[in-house]
Write a protein of this length. Structure first.
Length: 216
């Protein structure tokens, strides 16, 4: 009996070690070569466990999203935050959802129609470095678990500075279980180097939020 228990304990420790090693390798690979979350994993983005830990209305409220605003969701994925933003800005506002992957945008568009907010969302199939938006046109931009997936972070942040109005806000949220997770200090350094001023931050055990002002 003791031998079986010992064997089981050793097996658990070994499995945990393998998992930890796998996660570490995946994260190191993503840091060296950032890449988008494959659309085959889209189901993870609106999984109830995720949305329990990361409540979209609460996050967007902290970013300062309000009625009548123009909001940009860069790396919108399946549109969880895009549609929430659309409910919050209402018919007098507008939301732009941007993503590199057409398959993600198709799911986001389906969600917007189902939630009846497609009238005030425009989805753009493009990358972060050349946004199809005018200068000084956005009130709040957000990157939820997206900055780490973008290879040229300074280029993306400079482009965000261009489209954000002077004094507008940039909200960045990072989730530790994402392979592209960025540490708070890393996010702050990139944003500061691009010319954003820190406004607020909230560090949780697995998730952290950073809010910046577009100082022009
Ligand atoms: C981890 S998902 C997060 C999706 C969404 N923000 C959310 O939290 O539910 C990141 C998304 O960013 C997109 N993405 C990654 N790099 C991008 C880039 N350079 N330009 C535009 N979208 C990008 C990916 O295709 C993916 O859909």
């Amino acid at each position: 009996m003791t031998a079986i228990l010992t064997a089981l304990a050793n097996l658990s420790i070994a499995s945990f070690g393998v998992l930890l090693g796998f996660k570490g390798t995946l994260r190191a690979q993503h840091n060296l070569q950032p890449q988008p979350l494959p659309h085959q994993f889209a189901g993870l983005l609106d999984h109830p466990w995720r949305l329990q830990a990361l409540d979209p209305p609460q996050v967007l409220d902290a970013y300062g999203v309000a009625a009548g605003m123009t909001v940009l969701d860069l790396g919108c994925g399946v549109g969880v935050f895009t549609c929430t933003a659309a409910h919050m800005v209402g018919a007098s506002g507008h939301v732009h959802g941007v993503d590199l992957q057409a398959a993600m945008l198709a799911l986001a568009s389906k969600r917007a129609i189902a939630e009846g907010v497609n009238g005030w969302i425009t989805f753009h199939h493009c990358g972060a470095y050349e946004l199809p938006l005018s200068d000084d046109s956005v009130d709040v931009a957000m990157l939820v678990s997206t900055l780490g997936e973008i290879p040229d972070k300074p280029a993306a942040l400079n482009e965000l500075r261009r489209v954000l109005k002077p004094g507008a806000r940039l909200g960045i949220t990072e989730e530790m279980y994402s392979p592209s997770y960025m540490l708070p200090g890393n996010v702050r350094r990139h944003a500061r180097e691009a010319g954003f001023q820190p406004l607020a931050s909230a560090d949780g055990l697995f998730i952290h939020h950073e809010i910046f002002i577009n100082a022009k």
